[in-house]
Design a protein around this ligand. Structure first.
Ligand SMILES: Cc1ncc(COP(=O)(O)O)c(C=O)c1O
Length: 405
């Protein structure tokens, strides 16, 4: 792939900087552009109404410099473990700007959330009972309840369980019974709702359809509780494109639509919360791995890299490749710049070094003359990459992480 204006949002850094990075690092590495991360946060913030708060979903990339960047921008954080809570506190985030979620929270997770003063999202009556026992403050502990909607969620929701049976939350049809039972736990007070019903959604209209469904649930919850909700958390799921052929999510349309959702629901006097992970972090990172060898096997072209599913697992999990391009250290991006005439691209299967046929890190059109020592760059690798991989499988070294300020 040649780096052009149409592809630059797929790859952090520019053509020149990618070549410098590829030349400077011998082993597989991730590189992240922190200035781009800050800009991305500000762009999304500007697109949203003031009553919509923004919590960065730490699970998408918990790297400390990235958390520090978002904390400096004033972001809230969505954490899913005691470890994420500690990381956010270390990065300068605060408990009052933190939500803590998870379908099987350990005692340690709950204690960490309480200690930080974070808003816990309960996934069932067990969470309520445990918090009731743990909470020692004078006033009841405000919590949000996660609800698994019965319908009206986008297709991508199947990835995380919305709309069908789910490990997450309280099923919408059980909400009334849940509220009645939760009322017996007087040290805990439900004051918020969380619904997460999409994943990597590129269509603002579909996200807004989900959000309208969430507001219907919120209204019912408010009626069942008989008190005003202070927070409705609409989850994450803001998508990024992984191919030039895909559209980019129109965040201004999303922001304008959320303004309309607030207008349509004057009964709601609290704040909305979005918890985007991927949209904020994916475009800020690249993963780079050197070519070890190439081969053609029974008509299929393979390029074997120094890193595989031990560094990047997403293509195996989702069947979707990261965008790729190739860099020749000391020369530049192949197919671009000095290699303007080298436009001979071949469909390629990218394989890693692990002794398993599962070790495939995607497919892509890559230069025909790719050779050992060239570096394959994977774009959109700032999210669900470094910490989602099978790092220890086969005992290769972990990749480096390079944070560019
Ligand atoms: C509760 C919760 N919030 C936020 C996110 C972030 O989602 P995304 O990165 O798609 O925005 C996730 C992802 O799984 C999640 O489970």
């Amino acid at each position: 792939m040649i780096l052009t204006a149409a592809t630059t949002d797929l790859f952090a850094f520019g053509e020149e900087r990618l070549e410098e990075l590829a030349s400077a690092h011998a082993s597989p590495f991730f590189a992240y552009d922190l200035a781009a991360a800050g800009e991305r946060y500000r762009r999304l913030r500007r697109a949203l109404p003031a009553r919509v708060r923004l919590a960065y979903a730490v699970k998408s990339n918990p790297g400390l410099p990235l958390l520090e960047t978002f904390a400096a921008e004033g972001a809230w954080f969505d954490c899913a473990s005691a470890g994420e809570v500690s990381a956010v506190l270390a990065a300068g985030g605060t408990g009052s700007g933190m939500v803590v979620a998870g379908p099987a929270k350990s005692e340690r997770d709950l204690q960490a959330a309480l200690f930080a003063g974070a808003r816990v999202q309960v996934d069932g009556i067990e969470d309520v009972a445990r918090l009731n026992a743990l909470h020692t403050g004078d006033r009841p502990l405000p919590v949000s309840v996660r609800v698994n909607p019965a319908s009206g969620v986008s297709e991508g929701a199947t990835i995380i369980g919305g709309g069908g049976p789910s490990a997450f939350g309280v099923d919408e049809e059980d909400l009334e019974a849940f509220v009645a039972e939760a009322a017996h736990h007087e040290r805990v007070r439900i004051t918020g709702l969380q619904v997460f019903a999409a994943s990597n959604e590129l269509d603002a209209g579909r996200l807004l359809t989900n959000h309208r469904t969430s507001m219907v649930i919120a209204r019912r919850l408010q009626e069942l509780l008989g008190r005003e909700l202070d927070l409705v958390d609409l989850g994450g799921g803001l998508g990024v494109r992984y191919a030039v052929s895909e559209p980019s999510l129109d965040v201004r349309a999303l922001g304008a639509g959320l303004g309309r959702v607030l207008d349509e629901n004057p009964w709601f006097t609290g704040e909305l919360l979005l918890e985007p992970g991927r949209w904020l972090s994916a475009p800020t990172g690249v993963y780079c791995a050197r070519v070890v060898r190439t081969k053609v096997s029974r008509g299929e072209r393979f390029v074997m890299l120094e890193g595989g599913i031990n560094h990047l697992l997403r293509p195996l999990m989702t069947g979707q490749s990261f965008p790729t391009l190739a860099v020749r250290p000391g020369v530049g991006v192949l197919g671009g710049g000095a290699f303007g005439d080298l436009t001979d691209l071949l469909p390629t299967t990218l394989a890693g070094p692990l002794c398993t046929s599962l070790d495939r890190v995607g497919t892509g059109d890559l230069p025909a003359d790719l050779r050992p020592g060239d570096v394959v760059v994977f774009g959109q690798a700032g999210a669900y990459a470094y910490t989602q991989a099978m790092t220890h499988f086969l005992s290769h070294p972990a990749p480096d992480q390079v944070w560019v300020g």
